[in-house]
Write a protein that binds this ligand. Structure first.
Ligand code: WQD
Length: 380
């Protein structure tokens, strides 16, 4: 179908060309329930990612599979954002928004804070204004474990205080507060109010098992896993640097909770499912304090911490590549350990991140070795 078939629920996915965004898009397509409408400014992603999503959907659902739609629009351009929402008004409108578009490098955020506040906070406000104007009342927000700063309790429960230690983390915490306030606005009798789920990501890794979709950032990857994959395939020639081995952790390097990108993407499908439960039935907001409105935050992680050295070993095993590295000073904004307590998402959303480390590394390597130079040139 060309995306106008009325039976599908339209879901706007901002940042849908990104690593997480494109895997969320493919997961939405594979449910057969949603028509993903991507808003992305192509700052960090390539439109080829959506072609791959469409291909995977056709592989699994057949030639009539729903196809994603792309609007090359920047959230800082309010007229353009309004234009996207208004263009669907006479076709049944938009049912929900999954908001992932953001700048996301912890270290970089301290160097260019205004860009991070403009894109991540002001851009979100532009999006939320369009949602309010066109009565879109379901929101899944891409938040982050970095809102916890350096948590007292590991593994981290959602009740852990929100004290971000980086500009990036502060932008995510601010947008959560904005959303909570929007969910708490008194609405007139019979009007639907905004209902929102904030999903606090830990560290996604891996790629869709088909090897057709993966992480394809513009320029040199800042994150560890895509960097290790590009080094193993000979695309990244620089030497691996380990940012500090003097952290209070088992081997001195930072511990993170790595989960498979497909488990993380599925968490968004579950969040949308929770939002689809009518407000007169028992739903995830039933026990919310009416003053807090219908806003819930959930950790999406495995609950298993792995260090930088653990990840290097796991990628060496998956790729056969013998990583040489140089130990250098700490990176700005890094905290020792971010490991999730995932029990709330497991209980309330039915979320399970059960793919293991070897699967993450194998799927990542399967993608990278098939596309040594990224989407622009494939060897298959
Ligand atoms: C992991 C570890 C680095 C590169 C991610 C997301 C961010 C936010 C938080 C979601 C750290 C070390 C890395 C390198 C290294 N999540 N490292 N050498 O910092 O946890 O950030 O999670 O919103 O958006 O990016 O992930 O992969 O950058 O770093 O030693 O060349 O690897 O110091 O300890 P991070 P990362």
């Amino acid at each position: 179908s060309n995306g106008t078939s009325h039976k599908l629920k339209r879901v706007v996915v901002t940042g849908g060309l990104g690593y997480i965004g494109s895997h969320v898009v493919v997961s939405l397509l594979l449910t057969g329930l949603y028509q993903p409408i991507v808003i992305d400014n192509c700052h960090n992603g390539y439109s080829e990612a959506l072609d791959r999503c469409a291909e995977i959907a056709r592989d699994e659902l057949g030639p009539d599979a729903p196809q994603p739609i792309l609007h090359n629009v920047d959230l800082r351009n309010s007229e353009a954002v309004d234009g996207v929402f208004s263009s669907y008004q006479d076709k049944g409108g938009i049912w929900a928004v999954v908001h992932l578009a953001a700048l996301k490098a912890v270290g970089e955020s301290g160097e260019i804070p205004l860009s991070y506040y403009r894109v991540n906070v002001a851009g979100s406000i532009t999006l939320f204004e369009a949602m309010a104007k066109y009565h879109v009342q379901n929101l899944v927000f891409s938040s982050s474990a970095t809102v916890y700063g350096t948590p007292e309790i590991i593994p981290i429960p959602e009740s852990s205080p929100v004290i971000p230690a980086s500009v990036y983390g502060r932008t995510k915490a601010m947008v959560e507060d904005i959303i909570q306030d929007l969910c708490s606005v008194e609405v007139k009798e019979g009007e639907e109010k905004l209902r929102a789920v904030s999903v606090r990501y830990f560290n996604p890794a891996g790629a869709h098992p088909s090897g057709k979709l993966g992480e394809e950032p513009r320029g040199k990857p800042g994150n560890l896993l895509p960097l290790l994959a590009q080094m193993a395939v000979g695309r990244e020639k620089s030497e691996l640097k380990i940012f500090g081995t003097d952290f209070p952790t088992p081997d001195g390097t930072c511990v993170r909770d790595y989960l498979h990108i497909m488990d993380l993407a599925h968490g968004h499908v579950l969040a949308l499912g929770a939002l689809a439960v009518p407000s007169d039935q028992k739903n995830i907001f039933s026990n919310c304090d009416p003053n807090d409105g219908s806003f819930r935050a959930f950790n999406l992680g495995k609950g298993k911490g792995m260090s930088v050295l653990n990840m290097i070993d796991a990628m060496k095993k998956a790729t056969g590549y013998d990583y040489k590295y140089e130990i250098v000073g700490r990176r700005r904004g890094d905290v020792p350990d971010l490991t999730a307590d995932p029990t709330l998402a497991e209980k309330e959303l039915g979320f399970v991140a059960d793919k293991d480390l070897d699967t993450m590394c194998r799927d990542l390597w399967n993608f990278q070795s098939k596309h040594p130079n990224g989407y622009k040139s494939t060897s298959t």
